[in-house]
Design a protein around this ligand. Structure first.
Ligand SMILES: Cc1cc2nc3c(=O)[nH]c(=O)nc-3n(C[C@H](O)[C@H](O)[C@H](O)COP(=O)(O)OP(=O)(O)OC[C@H]3O[C@@H](n4cnc5c(N)ncnc54)[C@H](O)[C@@H]3O)c2cc1C
Length: 452
């Protein structure tokens, strides 16, 4: 039997069940989906060159790792579904092995394959093993119930051993004629590095980061206190980008944390990193449960409304200012500029930027989610849309509005972050947080201006 093994979402050799569970004659494949990179939603591109570059580098690294094991990697660009059908016919494949998706687009791409091709989905990126797989019909929509039910039972399965030779893989020479490797080189040449974090997200770099954050720097010991910082290198794990690309296994992260807890020290901070990984897990299962409902204006909370946001000229200006980091509220603008420059933003920054867009600027939350989708290096459909809907009160929580002045004073008391990102601000100390006269602010936050 010939199997096509689609490695999208699992761009790694370590703990990769797709590689270890393939049998018979097998061809390894990665498809860069045209729609995910060059498609649009609400008039916005769905990605940017920084993320494309990170993805291409991860693929290039994987191809090298596989080649060392005499495994060829077919690299294709285009519509995932059409590419799969074409290659299945060309190779006479009877089976397609793929990572179990979370997002509706990914599910769609795997539907309506040629009748001769049997689809096998393997969940390569979840903490919950097959035995703990939740029943979507009865899955709780509240994180706390989800966590309380599953956490005590959670036994993260041992990482998959590297049995990649169990299958008779097509070699690099055998796949050369099927792969568009040269396009990858060409694009990598064109998408110049623009971030200091450039190149840090392939499997090798992901493991180096994992080792550094947990073992070498032991930053994990202070994570609970540091995680609300707004910028820096070690205040949080920065695992999100390799997790979203699949260059890092979430089970490997979990195991490393537990090993550190057993061998070095366990404290509230080491637990808290696992707690955050459970949030990721929660949103993945929520996305599988409600699928396209996450893109409805009313989220999972009300009647489905997939109509595109309609903006007046003034609303268009407000949205453009938010995207550019030019709202006049320094705390929001500094965070948005960080996002635009690096593709990343702290969790605290994301919560505030999201809240400001929907409550202070009174714009449809889906526009903000779509802009984050375009800009984020660690974009993950479930975590992004799930968190946006959460703050909007149409997901797994009541509405949550953040007071940007209070938050600025709490998390950036000397305004160092704001001044670093917005050098045009000359005011000293906390006065640097003073919004411009034209800036919009909910009336209930205005009394906080006296604190500045
Ligand atoms: C509006 C909004 C949009 C977001 N969009 C994304 C996104 O597209 N992709 C993404 O990975 N995360 C997203 N998050 C969650 C969170 O902000 C990022 O995971 C985190 O900031 C990434 O940095 P880190 O890896 O250093 O996180 P750490 O603080 O070190 O956390 C460790 C890991 O836990 C998980 N995690 C932490 N917080 C959350 C959370 N709130 N929800 C889900 N998982 C979490 C991530 O996998 C993260 O890598 C979003 C949050 C908000 C409020």
């Amino acid at each position: 039997m010939t199997s096509l093994v689609l490695l999208n979402g699992c761009l790694r050799v370590d703990d990769n069940p797709l590689l270890s569970q393939a049998r018979g004659k097998a061809a390894a494949l990665v498809i860069i989906d045209q729609q995910a990179y060059f498609g649009r939603q609400y008039g916005l591109f769905r990605s940017n060159l920084l993320r494309l570059r990170a993805h291409l580098q991860a693929i290039q690294h994987l191809a090298q790792q596989l080649a060392q094991r005499q495994i060829g990697l077919i690299i294709r660009f285009g519509d995932t579904h059409s590419q799969l059908c074409e290659l299945a016919l060309k190779l006479g494949a009877e089976q397609l092995l793929a990572s179990e998706p979370t997002a509706p687009d990914e599910y769609r791409a795997l539907q309506h394959l040629p009748a001769s091709v049997k689809l096998q989905l393997i969940d390569g990126n979840s903490l919950l093993s097959q035995q703990l797989r939740p029943d979507l019909a009865t899955l709780s929509d509240r994180f706390t119930s989800f966590r309380k039910k599953l956490e005590p039972l959670l036994l993260v399965t041992a990482a998959e051993p590297e049995h990649t030779r169990a299958a008779n893989w097509l070699s690099p020479d055998q796949v050369a004629g099927l792969s568009q490797q040269s396009v990858l080189q060409q694009w990598l040449g064109q998408t110049a590095a623009t971030s200091w974090r450039e190149g840090c997200w392939d499997e090798g770099s992901a493991h180096a980061r994992l080792h550094y954050f947990i073992w070498q720097g032991q930053h994990i010991l202070h994570y609970k206190d540091s995680r609300n910082a707004l910028c820096g290198t070690d205040y949080a794990s920065f695992f999100s980008t390799p997790l979203s690309l699949g260059t890092l296994s979430v089970r490997r992260c979990w195991q490393q944390i537990e090993q550190f807890e057993q061998q070095v020290k366990a404290n509230d901070s080491t637990y808290w990193l696992k707690f955050e990984l459970l949030w990721r897990e929660f949103f993945r299962w929520q996305m599988r449960k409600y699928q396209a409902r996450w893109f409805s204006k009313n989220g999972i909370a009300g009647p489905a409304d997939f109509s595109s946001p309609r903006l007046t000229a003034t609303q268009k200006q407000r949205f453009a200012a938010w995207c550019a980091g030019d709202t006049g509220v320094p705390f929001i603008d500094a965070n948005m500029q960080l996002l635009n420059q690096t593709g990343l933003m702290s969790n605290r920054g994301r919560q505030n930027a999201a809240s400001y867009l929907m409550y202070d600027l009174e714009l449809d939350w889906r526009l903000g989610a779509a802009y984050f989708e375009q800009r984020l290096l660690d974009y993950d459909c479930a975590s992004n849309w799930g968190n946006w809907a959460y703050i909007a009160g149409v997901g797994n929580s009541e509405a949550r509005a953040f007071n940007p002045i209070k938050q600025a004073l709490w998390y950036d008391p000397n305004a160092d972050f704001v001044r670093q990102k917005l050098p045009q601000i000359s005011a000293a100390g906390k006065a640097a947080h003073r919004p411009a006269p034209h800036a919009r602010l909910l009336p209930q936050w205005r009394s906080w201006l006296d604190e500045l």
